[in-house]
Write a protein that binds this ligand. Structure first.
Ligand code: UT7
Length: 327
């Protein structure tokens, strides 16, 4: 089996910043509540003419440039998203066309906020087996389109953005372990009820605002804290390491309190945890690759560093992996 590593990273955040103070003007909420309960200060909103594929294409082009290859070298594109441009065709196909990756196969993968982590592990298999040389794995969301501006329970949490990675064979290090989980019995806890085959759109659906995300925050919180600990310890153990060996923990950015409770369970000190939730909020499947790109651009990752990336979300799903940086 080939060793699989990250050859290139890129991200894209839409320009429009929406602060907690902006939200105070349209919802019964406060900067104080949002900051202390979630750690979020501001988030980005896609502009009206931008959909998921537009954000994804920008991030993809940056990752391809960083990898020093061209779009035609990409063999497969996997897009992890919960806010595709349309239910079909796949957003990955739109990205394929947009960036000129004319030799690439393309599909979307939906695993809630764990979408990019799942997509990464799926994409890695093609490199491991030698079937493909370059796999582009993207996490992208224009998720603010799927939350109700009248629902303070969800609207304050989410933001838009995209992160992309080019996977390929490396000589040393690379992916050391992975752990993916799902529990469909918890599906109701984060759900976009309408617009699929169960409940097609109708005037009644729109009147009840079922075209927007519904979330049981407290249940998701409990699940998240438990899963962050379980997945992380599992991935670390499978890599033959201990928490002390992890240079950077890059968790899903859903709530700072979830991250803080999670790292206590894992035994990783706060200074080795990458945080972007304050600036970008919860961009669902995009938070982990966006945060990875941010610390990479800041020069904080060195060859040989062991990174632990973990996420959780709708499904409910959870997953993570340990990767030794080899760039
Ligand atoms: O990406 C994966 C998906 N999402 C998550 O991971 C989210 C997981 N859950 C959470 O992060 C937290 O549960 C929330 C941030 C969503 C909520 O925080 P909480 O500490 O669990 O608050 P709560 O739901 O227990 O609500 C506390 C109070 C309630 O009022 P009462 O019933 O105590 O009077 C809410 O109505 O806060 C109220 N509240 C708000 N107040 C101001 C809920 N949302 C808001 C708001 N502004 N935006």
């Amino acid at each position: 089996m080939n060793k699989v590593g990250i050859l290139g990273v890129g991200s894209y955040l839409p320009e429009k910043k929406v602060t907690n103070f902006d939200l105070e003007k349209i919802l019964d909420t406060s900067d104080e509540w949002i900051r202390t309960r979630t750690g979020i200060k501001e988030r980005r909103f896609a502009s009206p003419d931008q959909a998921a594929s537009d954000l994804a294409a920008e991030a993809a082009e940056r990752a391809i440039k960083d990898a020093g290859i061209s779009a035609e070298d990409i063999d497969l594109i996997i897009v992890g998203t919960n806010s595709p441009d349309t239910l079909y065709p796949a957003t990955a196909c739109l990205v394929q066309d947009r960036i000129g990756a004319k030799n690439a196969a393309a599909f979307d993968l939906q695993a809630g906020c764990t979408g990019w982590v799942y997509a990464f592990i799926v994409g890695a298999q093609f490199i491991k087996t030698g079937m493909y040389k370059h796999v582009l794995v993207i996490g992208v969301e224009a998720i603010t389109r799927m939350v109700d501006e009248k629902d303070r329970d969800t609207y304050v949490l989410f933001g838009d953005g995209a992160g992309a990675t080019v996977l390929g064979e490396v000589d040393k290090g690379g992916l050391l372990s992975s752990a993916l989980y799902a529990d469909g019995s918890l599906a109701e806890h984060i759900i976009l009820p309408a617009g699929g085959s169960r409940l097609p759109l109708s005037q009644e659906v729109l009147d009840k605002r079922l075209q927007y995300t519904r979330m049981n925050g407290r249940e998701v919180f409990k699940f998240a804290v438990r899963e962050i600990g379980k997945v992380s310890l599992d991935a670390i153990k499978k890599a033959g390491l201990t928490a002390d060996d992890i240079r950077w923990f890059i968790p899903h950015q859903a709530n700072l309190r979830i991250i803080e409770a999670g790292i206590k369970r894992i035994g990783i000190p706060g200074e080795r945890v990458a945080i972007t939730i304050d600036k970008y909020g919860n961009s669902s499947a995009a938070t982990v690759p966006i945060t990875l790109d941010e610390i990479y651009r800041e020069g904080k990752i060195k060859a040989g560093d062991k990174l632990l990336m973990v996420s959780f979300g709708a499904g409910m799903t959870s997953g993570g992996f340990v990767l030794e940086w080899s760039k």
